[in-house]
Design a protein around this ligand. Structure first.
Ligand SMILES: Nc1ncnc2c1ncn2[C@@H]1O[C@H](COP(=O)(O)OP(=O)(O)OP(=O)(O)O)[C@@H](O)[C@H]1O
Ligand SMILES: [Mg+2]
Length: 347
């Protein structure tokens, strides 16, 4: 059964149609639509209706073979945390975690949908286990479900974007290697720490690609679309354009890096048995020239570009677009991770 991984950005829809056949994952179709007039994060009903109508049109025009979708809940709308609990069965945990959750979740429990997942035993205390708690407000979930219904889609799953990112780029229990993922979107960025196959830590940073563009706009006196072009062409490569574009971007980009450094220190201080020695960079801004080199030099860590297609085959009809699909890989991380939420459990 095919499934759509639908990454709903503030002004972008990005979708992959994927299917599992004989244990192999196939990309069947993909597509992106961007419209700067859209605003998913608006609280106006009319704006949300506009978003849903535009989504419907995009889905109809692209033509997928299933209405079943998995979508992300933005990190700003969701609460994710790993807590330690005494060892107990899932059934017992279900009863007792509600009382625990009240301590951790900053919103009244009656206003949230709340779920948890037992991860593994605590590294230091064999009587305790790590449990992932996820909570999102009813109103937020209702908003997304209503968008999907208007667009003629059938919600099969919703999850925090960080979990989708971790699923596709994180390490595995078979090959453990603590990994920090930096996903730089348009309006904000996400940090995700994956260890032994689970997301252990997430943090949202309120700086994204559009802030880098604004820095070029303000420093070099361009309009926004010109600044966007310069950012994409020269980026953080200080050998280009007399180093002026890189110099404009650097201070804003450094805000993201400072948060990444802080998060790394925070996580490894609380988990001294874990050494994070690699970072994977994803999201549209990961494509910026000079970025990998700059991060590697500043973080003293192994850095690589995200590749969500590592275990994915493309159907014949996509052969001719292979190069383009591979190149835009870092922007499809969330969509592919979402699709795998359903395909993985089918296996
Ligand atoms: N080659 C490139 N160099 C630099 N930046 C790029 C490049 N290609 C895309 N970007 C930037 O990536 C950003 C968009 O990233 P992405 O597509 O991950 O965001 P989004 O999912 O649409 O947004 P959000 O999730 O924040 O609503 C934009 O700021 C864009 O300028
Ligand atoms: Mg995004």
């Amino acid at each position: 059964m095919p499934i759509l991984g639908l990454d709903l950005g503030n002004q972008t829809f990005r979708v992959v149609e994927m299917e599992e056949q004989k244990g192999r994952l196939f990309l069947r179709k993909y597509g992106t639509h961007e419209d700067s007039k859209l605003n998913l994060h608006s609280s106006s009903e009319q704006e949300i209706k506009k978003y849903a109508t535009s989504l419907k049109q995009f889905i109809t025009e692209t033509g997928f073979s299933t209405p079943d979708v998995v979508i992300p809940i933005p990190e700003s709308d969701v609460f994710t945390r790993v807590v330690q609990m005494p060892n107990m069965s899932e059934k017992d945990l279900r009863n007792s975690i509600v009382f625990e959750a009240e301590q951790y979740i900053p919103i009244p429990l009656k206003e949230v949908n709340f779920d948890f997942q037992i991860l593994d035993q605590d590294a230091f205390d064999r009587d305790r286990m790590n449990v992932l708690i996820v909570a999102a407000k009813h109103t937020v979930l209702d908003k997304y479900v209503s968008i999907l219904r208007t667009a003629g889609l059938n919600p099969k799953g919703l999850e925090p974007e960080s979990l989708a990112i971790g699923r596709i780029l994180g390490d595995t229990l078979n090959k453990p290697s603590a990994t920090m993922i930096l996903h730089i979107g348009n309006f904000d960025s996400q940090l995700v720490v994956s260890y032994r196959g689970f997301v252990r830590f997430t943090r949202s940073i309120s700086v994204g690609g559009s802030d880098l563009t604004k820095a070029v706009e303000q420093n070099l006196g361009f309009d926004f679309s010109q600044a966007e072009e310069y950012k994409k062409t020269y980026g953080l490569d200080s050998k280009q354009a007399d180093g002026k574009v890189a110099a404009a971007i650097r201070p804003v980009f450094d805000q993201i890096l400072t948060e990444a450094k802080r998060a790394k220190v925070f996580y490894t201080t609380h988990n001294p048995n874990v050494i994070i020695n690699r970072m994977i960079i994803a999201g549209g801004s990961a494509l910026m020239p000079g970025l990998l080199f700059y991060v590697a030099n500043n973080l003293d860590i192994e850095v690589e570009l995200a590749n969500p297609w590592r275990n994915v085959d493309f159907v014949k009809a996509l052969e001719s677009q292979k190069e383009q699909i591979i190149e835009s890989g870092p922007t499809y991380v969330t969509a592919v991770g979402l699709a795998l939420k359903v395909l993985k459990t089918d296996q």
